[in-house]
Design a binder for this molecule. Structure first.
Ligand code: AVJ
Ligand code: FE
Length: 449
């Protein structure tokens, strides 16, 4: 630690922060490189679904955002290739039209990313943290590491939509622990106030801020995400054919889109699922994946329950009744490890329901972090006191009733972009994302916490 540097609010001195940033950037690039090198050039430039960009777009977009925020905004450097900026601005061109643009070819895109990264690592050596809001706690570097891993998850979804021989492999998660079969179906969370969101987490994005107190009435929450077996019962019971189980919008969408089962399910005398090019019988105790919000909502109604609100989800995940504090994660304040959550594309599927007892929340719920994104009943809205930072297009332009919030992260999410306060959002009809859900019901007040 040099004399002009002070400890930031995470207790990191400048050197520790530099090392952490370098490690996160390196880890993100490792995954980006893998996801874009396991397929041949035609698969990089092709559009695998109108919902997704070509992989080569993600590759150059990641580099372009890194150049924009770190080299230009933090480093004050001049643009490297200003003429390509509009091609990689997500707001200029919808995903469906991106293959028609004069995009950088894979070799050029890789070269651009490599060149930007080299200059960023040079900048990281000399940058002084805390001299501006962008460098406070290394925020802009953390934002860019999170941005890249978010695109790694997007690219993983593109791989799942790709048709062809499998190219990705990973060891399966461990079987469920012995106590999984005897867990209570639901856990109780006492009514009372808790702190939602954060003002202290240095790399929290604008929509997670500021910390504020929310009074949440008592509720019960499923101990684990809803499983394939449970979801198959909903299907077998005619859940997709009973309009009373669906909202009006949900039923209209179910009819229009011909929904009958989660995306990637196949009926072959029994249910099978296509996962990264391999078709295999459904694993009954695995959390259901690739359902839209409308399907999750209809299932919950069929089960005599409802989706949790976003505040309920976060209270279950973070609130520690013993201290009255909100934790960073269900298990405490320590960063995720492979022992507590299924994150980071280490596995290419969710772990069985009941896994990760060491990652359980104080209320007893498991797998709130990792495995599958969990749909909540809530619209994506700003917290009281929200300020768009550092750009309106990260969150603010999406606020409103069109998007539903998902929480908790999935196996495809890197730990750097996953925490108890992290908010994801998507349209209620989307199912190519790694989304599942758990259900809730309002509970009797058995004593305020
Ligand atoms: C937070 C996942 C909804 O992919 O649209 C990536 C993340 N923002 N680049 C998205 C994001 C800008 C965002 N989500
Ligand atoms: Fe992006």
């Amino acid at each position: 630690m040099t004399e002009h540097e002070t400890l930031d609010h995470t207790g990191n001195d400048g050197e520790t922060l530099r090392e952490k940033i370098a490690a996160e950037l390196l880890a993100a690039r490792g995954r980006t490189t893998l996801l874009t090198s396991v397929v041949e050039e035609p698969d990089l430039v092709k559009q695998h679904s109108p919902l997704m960009s070509p992989l080569v777009w993600d590759l150059a977009h990641v580099a372009n955002q890194e150049e924009l925020w770190l080299l230009r905004e933090v480093g004050g450097r001049t643009p490297m290739h200003p003429e390509i900026d509009p091609l990689y601005d997500a707001f200029e061109h919808p995903r469906a039209l991106r293959p028609t643009l004069p995009l950088l070819a894979p070799t050029q895109a890789r070269g651009y990313g490599h060149e930007v990264r080299g200059r960023v690592l040079d900048l990281l050596e000399v940058v002084r943290f805390g001299t501006s809001q962008l460098t406070d706690g290394g925020f802009a570097f953390g934002m860019i590491a999170q941005h890249e891993v978010q695109h790694d998850e997007t690219m993983l979804a593109t791989h799942q939509l790709r048709v062809g021989a499998p190219v990705l492999a990973a060891p399966p998660p461990r079987p469920a622990p012995a106590d999984a079969a005897t867990l209570p179906a639901e856990v109780y969370v006492a009514g009372g106030p808790f702190t939602m969101g954060t003002s202290a987490e240095p790399w929290a994005l604008d929509n997670e801020r500021p910390a504020h107190v929310v009074d949440v009435p008592a509720f019960y929450l499923d101990t684990t995400p809803v499983t394939n077996a449970a979801y198959a019962e909903f299907i077998a019971d005619g859940g997709y054919d009973d309009p009373r189980l669906w909202t009006a919008d949900g039923w209209a969408h179910r009819q229009r889109a011909g929904l009958k089962a989660p995306l990637f399910w196949r009926w072959e005398g029994e249910w099978a699922r296509v996962s990264f090019g391999e078709t295999a019988p459904l694993i009954p105790n695995e959390p259901v994946l690739h359902v839209c919000w409308h399907e999750a909502d209809a299932y919950a109604r069929w089960a005599g329950r409802r989706l949790p609100t976003e505040a309920e989800w976060e209270k279950a995940a973070r609130y520690d009744p013993a201290s009255g504090r909100s934790r960073r994660y269900p298990w405490g304040d320590a960063d995720p490890t492979p022992a507590v959550a299924n994150l980071g594309q280490r596995h290419l599927r969710p772990a069985p329901a009941g896994s990760y007892p060491d990652g359980a929340a104080p209320c007893g719920a498991r797998q709130l972090i990792g495995d599958v994104w969990e749909w909540t009943s809530s619209d994506f809205l700003p917290y009281p006191g929200f300020t768009a930072w550092p750009y309106k297009e990260y969150s603010e332009v999406f606020f409103g009733p069109d998007y539903k919030v998902l929480r908790g992260g999935a196996f495809g999410v890197s730990p750097v972009a996953c925490r108890g306060t992290f908010r994801n959002w998507d349209y209620p009809i989307r199912r190519q994302i790694f989304a599942g859900f758990r259900t809730a019901r309002s509970g009797p007040e058995l004593g305020r916490a």
